[in-house]
Design a protein around this ligand. Sequence first.
Ligand code: HMG
Ligand code: MG
Length: 304
Amino acid sequence: MSEEVRIIEMGPRDGLQNEKTPVSVDARIAFVAALVAAGLRTVEVGAFVSPKAIPQMASSDQVLRGVSHLTNAEFHVLVPNEKGYEAARAAGAQVVSVFAAASEGFSRANINCSVADSIERFKPVLARAKADGVRVRGYVSCVLGCPFDGEIKPKAVADLARTLWDLGCYEISLGDTIGVGTPTRARAMLRAVGANIPMAALAMHFHDTYGQALANLYAGMEEGVRVIDAAAGGLGGCPYAPGATGNVATEDVVYMLEGMGVRTGVDMDRLLAATNEISRLLGRPPASRVASALNAKKRMANRE
Ligand code: HMG
Ligand code: MG
């Protein structure tokens, strides 16, 4: 596996969207800048969703504008509908992400409509994006289980991924929203999706709730997937996915990949600094095992 893997950094969006402690716009901008400085060249920085639903993502327009001078990185934002698309474009978005779910229960809870209706909402977004030259990424949530509907069949994921692909999404990110998957199930799901659309167009977005994310990512890499969504410090979670914890930690992914000889372009020291600063603002240590280990090592070295 001596190739490159593209990491899509989720910290400023998925990472912060479920946090109780408010984080200022300036701190969100500084977090993004620190992640870019660490070598993360694709960062999801916010969401143009209802501020009543997700107050943490309010002022995402200011965050996006505040990082526009960082021309060496690509910034993504979530948009659930045309209203979100228009606001994202007004703030300068060049890449937007639509998000659907492989389960009806989660679709209703998260975006207040059926899966079919969500696709209808995305159609005008994709049409306008195409006309505007904006790239659209598509998420499928609950690919390995739903907090409301339970087990999800790989075919349901594969069909929805194909629909988003046919609508014009350039990449499909497959979300284990509640982190319940195991490697054999992740592999079976990816094979089913990979039979419908090219493996090169797939991304793995695995939450680490049950500690399975790295193992699942490794299984997915063996299937040929080379794009990984991760959040600095293991931040993250969706308020509409009860019990779900953070994304797989970027530090843990980088440590595993670099240890396997796969290049990531990420500077671990700088990433750790970004994680430690946001953790300080949130008032708790990072969930990442690698960040904890490296912080402990630094503390010991400082004592010597
Ligand atoms: P709705 O209530 O069905 O929509 O919400 P509506 O059209 O009836 O509008 C209701 C209110 O929202 C109105 O305001 C609209 O103006 C406003 P009011 O009249 O009540 O003052 N509104 C908006 N405001 C700002 N931006 C918009 C927008 N659209 C409507 N784009 C809606 C539907 C989708 C808007 C709502 O349910 C929502 O915002 N949900 C939030 C969903 C969300 O952000 N979830 C977390 C991200 S997804 C995730 O974490 C999973 C992922 O990480 C992958 C994985 O892990 O699986 C991506
Ligand atoms: Mg997520």
